[in-house]
Design a protein around this ligand. Structure first.
Ligand SMILES: [Zn+2]
Length: 501
């Protein structure tokens, strides 16, 4: 998940992924953890509970049913087939490894991304999906170039950094550092930061789900340069948005403000943010020299990948993920896992050999991380088609705990009914950045909510590699995505207004 673009860092977050409330979270987590005997790593912190599992095929354990006094949920043999097929082997992880190892990082505008897009289409064709095509998208391009951050006083040391996507470059700027914990603290200093490098040192809060704590911290990444530049700062640094670090900076999108001269901006590791904060608090003049070769380039051609499993009607259930990544790591959790969720779900659905009532459409969006053009272009091209639901997987390949959703009460009730045989439920409000524009048309938005306990440890870093993805958790996400797509493609929408036209 990028939740990031020059135009929408807080846009998509605020409008499509507001803080997840997870009503009845304890109960739902318990039910999810015990669902169908599938071990869900990290679902609960208690080792004794985590090691428990229900009998194969069971919906819940007797203990849980007795405790909450709920009747056995309805069953759907197709759902059972899809879940069993996904759990049967490591095909999903092997495909994710092929994507990540085969192409590496997939930043917008890169040859690697173009090759990965072509590969993804080939996978869908090999799996005999219909209407597999590449649809043109014009995308903005930003290149990192060479970059460095050196402490020049009180001693000389090279520091880890990652420039932020969209930042201007600098041949080298050196200045004393002013550390602020908040925008309010910056405003209190005001013009006193002129000529300085401002370091925003606002930690990401601990807690699960981690996504709840991403937005408040990432505001400093996306807005820091504009806020500091307004007061005449010469550069802005931001503490990486994570709660755990091994001296690993995290990149991501930022944006400038109209009327404020752009200043270079980069992320530093939490260890260095804390160290510099301690030093300056003790009265030490810490000086840094920042050099960045970042450049913005003209828009370039890219593509969304679209494929269909045709149904009996033209109504559409969309399942999507984004195929681009940042230029560090190999985008395994973000969002290679989502891409594989979608490709593999389509494979299992096609293998059923049953025509669904509604058409199930896979979309692999380009340019989510740096522009959201894949999502906006899909909407411009296809938004008027009769989508009844759009599902996005963009929170990594952790074990699925449930879904988030945004829609009318009637649509949400329809979703709840459709989910009943899957063992998962709706945990709160949400959706996805790429499908956000469809939501503005009234389409029901649904987001996969996996266990994200460790997701932000490696998000947008060099460490987002396939070894961080658990094969069983990834496979479970495939099965659940396929199951939900199947249910939504077949469940009657009695009393539900047809979505966008
Ligand atoms: Zn993403």
């Amino acid at each position: 998940m990028a939740l990031g673009s020059p135009v929408g860092e807080e846009g998509p977050v605020a409008t499509t992924l507001p803080p997840v409330r997870y009503p009845l979270s304890v109960l739902l987590l318990l039910l999810a953890c015990f669902h169908a005997g599938a071990p869900i790593a990290g679902c609960v912190p208690d080792g004794a509970v985590a090691s428990a599992s229900a009998a194969p095929g069971a919906r819940t354990t007797g203990a849980v049913v007795a405790a909450v006094a709920v009747p056995a949920p309805p069953t759907d043999p197709v759902v059972d087939r899809l879940l069993a097929a996904a759990r049967a082997d490591r095909a999903a992880w092997d495909r994710l490894a092929a994507l990540c190892d085969g192409f590496g990082a997939r930043p917008t505008g890169s040859k690697a991304l173009a090759n990965a897009i072509a590969w993804s289409a080939d996978q869908l064709r090999a799996d005999k999906l219909a209407n597999v095509r590449l649809e043109p998208v014009s995308v903005p391009v930003w290149s990192r170039g060479a970059e460095s951050l050196v402490m020049t006083a009180p001693y000389t040391e090279s520091l880890a950094l990652l420039g932020l996507g969209g930042s201007v470059g600098t041949a080298g700027v050196e200045a004393s550092v002013v550390v602020v914990p908040s925008f309010e603290a910056l405003d209190a200093l005001g013009p006193k930061v002129a000529g300085k490098i401002v370091l925003f040192n606002r930690p990401m809060d601990e807690g699960v789900p981690s996504i709840n704590h991403y937005g408040p911290a990432v505001a400093y990444r996306s807005q820091g340069a504009a806020r500091a530049g307004k007061y005449g700062a010469v550069a802005a640094l931001v503490r990486s948005v994570t709660t755990r670090s091994l001296n690993s900076p995290h990149t991501g999108a930022m944006r400038y403000a109209a009327g404020v001269a752009p200043i270079p901006t980069a992320a530093v590791a939490t260890e260095d943010a804390d160290r510099i904060a301690r030093m300056t608090a003790a009265g030490t003049d810490v000086r840094l020299r920042l050099t960045m070769g970042a450049t913005a380039q003209p828009d370039a051609p890219s593509h969304n990948v679209v494929a269909d499993l045709p149904g009996e009607t033209d109504e559409l259930v969309l399942i999507g993920a984004h195929i681009d990544s940042w230029d560090v790591g190999t985008g395994a959790h973000d969002d290679g896992a989502g891409v594989i969720h979608v490709i593999e779900a389509m494979r299992h659905l096609r293998a059923l050999g049953i025509t669904p009532k509604r058409t199930i459409r896979a979309v692999l969006f380009t340019n989510e991380e740096y522009g959201l053009r894949g999502g906006t272009t899909y909407d411009a091209t296809h938004g008027a088609e009769p989508h009844v639901a759009a599902i996005e997987s963009d929170l990594g390949g952790g074990a699925p705990l449930g879904w988030t959703a945004t829609g009318t009460p009637a649509d949400t009730a329809w979703l709840t009914t459709a989910l009943a045989p899957t063992g998962l439920g709706v945990l709160g409000e949400g959706g996805g950045a790429d499908i956000g524009p469809l939501g503005a048309r009234g389409v029901l938005l649904i987001g996969l909510a996996p266990d994200d306990t460790r997701y932000f440890d490696i998000h947008h870093t060099e460490a987002d590699t396939v070894d961080k993805v658990d094969p069983a958790a990834l496979a479970e996400g495939v099965g659940q995505l396929a199951a939900l797509a199947w249910r939504l493609a077949n469940e009657p929408r009695v009393g539900v207004e047809r979505a966008s036209q």
